[in-house]
Design a binder for this molecule. Structure first.
Ligand code: IVH
Length: 702
């Protein structure tokens, strides 16, 4: 920082400090992405104070010493999407594209001579946005958010020239156009140059610039930024102008909304892959960033049948461009401790630019991977970065160098508990459980993360600092935080403290599935959490099931002469049966029961409820249908449907699909060739229908 000698130098330094501190305030409070440590920040503030003491007449209007804190960017209003905004499954290799087409064929049970047409267009690297038109007039623009709830950016979207206020010609009563807001590479470079001159924020890439420009409180700022839009699909619609993806995209184009100039339709894999190669070849000349090609099944009736799994449709695929690679030096190997105690080695690298992004860390996955690569600190390594995934170390370019081999720690670097590798597992885990601070912090972080409780403004930096100071020990503490406590801390001002408390308060009634996911039960991801929530519908319902299942599991004893393996199989079967939820087998079932068996976890839950957290009962309607809540069994061969599609249909109608017939079975759908299951159903007096009757039932319920 250097000692300012003259007044001029002092004035210049004060100006720089004002700008720099304001920037760090914004990064810390507004974006939750600080670039410097608390100690470095304090040093800047102290330096500013010292200069002001020496040169009192130079104290600036905008001096950090005069500010109460950062003015955080007020959050934009939230809007729930009428239909979720989905993401895409990725593929890298040609074979994966072929497999996608084969999967579509299998699911739809298409005959060999039936043609599967796909549309193809570039996958643009922007941020998705849903534009709702009512009677052809733009009424709402929303960002994707978490896919279910986004942010209202309507006034901002109105400033984008590509987004018409009114659709040309005849448009349906309601039609949501979905697409991508982006910035061209040239506009991005010019914007950054202007920002640099004005001392404003420099954006890392066009995507960030587009996001930062669209998600503004002040539409005047958006208006001054050169944003563009192109449509790639649609959401809620009272009428759809066509039977194919391509026809509807052409209608959207005719309404005056841009679509990709490279949108085409293919019926054969060869030309489709040639198109992909062609787009890849002209990638650099496109003027905007793309990261692959998106394929979509053209027929809309097939899209509807294919439906979606988790967050991605079965009828679309993103064929990404190959990852970008670079060479650098492995400077150190650090060990990170995850939520479940997993120790992950992380490569600290000499910073290197990979496809325009500076990479300083890469994952080394586990001890086996380190052994496979044979890496030692000091080695030259090849790294690769693909899309949003964490960079990886691909290869050691200086194997066998005369350096000390890396020894994986035998104890947790955070809590010094023993680190063990369970039989048959690749991961090494800290055995410290909740005495391990890293595991506790990671659990808290997971609890508030975007797909869990989604508490905005409570980022890892705050969690770590609150944890360190004893303010946050367990999830319930979050709900006991007060504004006064925050204001008592450095760098918290009235507005930011009030915002965080409000954000926390708004999450006291989380949807049951999010709450379950937030608990961080091993193997319980978002999809499993949703399956459980859908099945049990309330916390009380779920807990009753868990207690009953725990009793069942505890009561099981090996029968006389039964070997260990047989007993384990029997127990697994009993557990899965007791959990009684589609898609949840013994491994996940046991993990759920293990979680609830742990007294400490029950205490955490009781504590949360005592702090006023009450998960909401499930209100999503699985369609009322003649089979909702019923258990079905499909047997024999189906002619018009694949097993997967039949199962997806049944689940959509609220039914459970079982593999075998028992007294609990409500309905059997039997095709030609049905044998013992059909006979058993008949013996038990279970209702049996054929495939045609099933199709009629589905059509009626839909
Ligand atoms: S279709 C139902 N087409 O990529 C499928 N998405 O990684 C919805 N994206 O959230 C997306 N270009 O924001 C589609 N031509 C394109 C796209 C595209 C970019 C984005 C979109 C999506 C994300 C998924």
């Amino acid at each position: 920082m250097g000692d300012a000698q003259t007044e001029d130098e002092a004035a210049a330094e004060l100006e720089r400090l004002a700008r720099e501190i304001a920037r760090h305030n914004r990064l810390y409070h507004g974006e939750d992405a600080p670039e410097i440590s608390d100690a470095d920040y304090d040093a800047l503030v102290r330096r500013n104070a010292a200069l002001e003491r020496d040169f009192p007449h130079l104290v600036r209007e905008d001096s950090p010493s005069r500010q109460v804190g950062a003015a955080p960017e007020g959050p934009l209003a939230k809007v729930a999407h009428a239909l979720p905004m989905l993401s895409l499954d990725n593929a890298f290799a040609d074979e994966e594209v072929a497999e996608f087409v084969a999967r579509v064929r299998r699911f739809l049970k298409l005959s060999e001579d039936e043609e599967v047409a796909l549309t193809a267009e570039p996958k643009i690297d922007g941020l998705s946005c849903s534009l709702r038109y009512e009677k052809g007039v733009l009424v709402l623009a929303a960002t994707r958010g978490d896919g279910s709830v986004g942010e209202d950016v309507t006034p901002n979207a109105r400033t984008i020239a590509d987004i018409p206020e009114r659709l040309r010609g005849e448009a349906p009563a309601v039609f949501e156009i979905r697409g991508e807001v982006y910035m061209s590479k040239a506009d991005f470079a010019a914007l950054n140059a202007r920002q640099a001159e004005a001392g404003g924020k420099i954006f890392a890439n066009p995507r960030n610039a587009a996001a930062g420009s669209l998600r503004q409180k002040d539409p005047a700022i958006t208006a001054a930024r050169p944003l563009r839009f192109y449509a790639h699909g649609w959401g809620e619609a009272t009428a759809v102008p066509g039977d194919t993806q391509l026809a509807v995209m052409r209608s959207i184009e005719a309404w005056g909304v841009p679509v990709s100039a490279d949108l085409e339709r293919f019926t054969d894999l060869g030309p489709l892959l040639a198109f992909y190669r062609g787009i890849e070849a002209k990638r650099a000349d496109l003027g905007f960033d793309i990261d692959g090609v998106v394929y979509k099944v053209d027929r809309l009736d097939w899209q509807r049948r294919l439906g979606q799994v988790a967050r991605a449709p079965r009828w679309a695929l993103a064929h990404k461009f190959p990852a970008e690679r670079a060479e650098t030096i492995l400077e150190a190997i650090d060990i990170q401790v995850g939520r479940t105690g997993k120790l992950t080695p992380v490569a600290r690298l000499t910073p290197v630019s990979v496809g325009g992004v500076t990479v300083t860390n890469a994952t080394l996955h586990n001890a086996d991977e380190i052994a496979r690569l044979g890496v030692r600190v000091g080695d030259r390594v090849l790294i690769q970065r693909a899309g949003d995934v964490i960079p990886q170390v691909l290869e050691n370019l200086t194997p066998g160098a005369d350096r000390a081999p890396y020894i994986f720690p035998a104890r947790c670097p955070q809590c010094d508990s023993e680190a063990v590798r369970e039989e048959g597992e690749v991961d090494i885990r800290c055995t410290g459980g909740l005495i391990c601070p890293a595991q506790r912090v990671e659990r808290l972080r997971h609890f508030v993360s975007r797909h869990a409780l989604d508490i905005e403004g409570l980022g890892i930096v705050h969690i770590e600092s609150f944890f360190r100071d004893g303010l946050l020990q367990s999830p319930a503490d979050i709900f006991r935080l007060t504004k006064a406590q925050l204001l008592g801390r450095e760098r918290w001002a009235e507005v930011s403290a009030a915002n965080l408390i409000a954000a926390i308060d708004s999450k006291r009634r989380p949807p049951l599935d999010r709450f379950l996911y937030a608990l961080g039960i091993r193997h319980v991801g978002e999809v499993t959490a949703r399956d459980l929530a859908r099945r049990y519908r309330s916390w009380a319902g779920l807990e009753a099931m868990v207690d009953a299942a725990l009793a069942v599991r505890a009561g099981l004893q090996p029968a006389l002469g039964e070997d260990e393996r047989k007993f384990a199989l029997r127990r697994d079967k009993a557990v899965a049966a007791a959990i009684e939820t589609p898609n949840i087998g013994p491994e996940v079932g046991n993990a759920i029961l293990d979680f609830f068996e742990e007294t400490h976890n029950r205490e955490v839950l009781q504590d949360l409820f005592a702090a006023g957290v009450a998960p909401q009962d499930v209100v999503w309607e699985t369609k009322a249908s003649p089979v909702s809540g019923k258990t079905l069994v499909f047997t024999g061969s189906l002619e018009t449907l694949s097993r997967d599609e039949a199962k997806a249909q049944a689940e959509k109608l609220g039914a459970k699909v079982a593999g075998s017939v028992s007294a609990k079975t409500d309905l059997v759908i039997a095709g030609p060739g049905a044998g013992s299951k059909l006979k058993k159903a008949q013996d038990l007096g279970v209702a049996v229908i054929d495939e045609a009757a099933w199709n009629a039932l589905v059509a009626e319920a839909g």
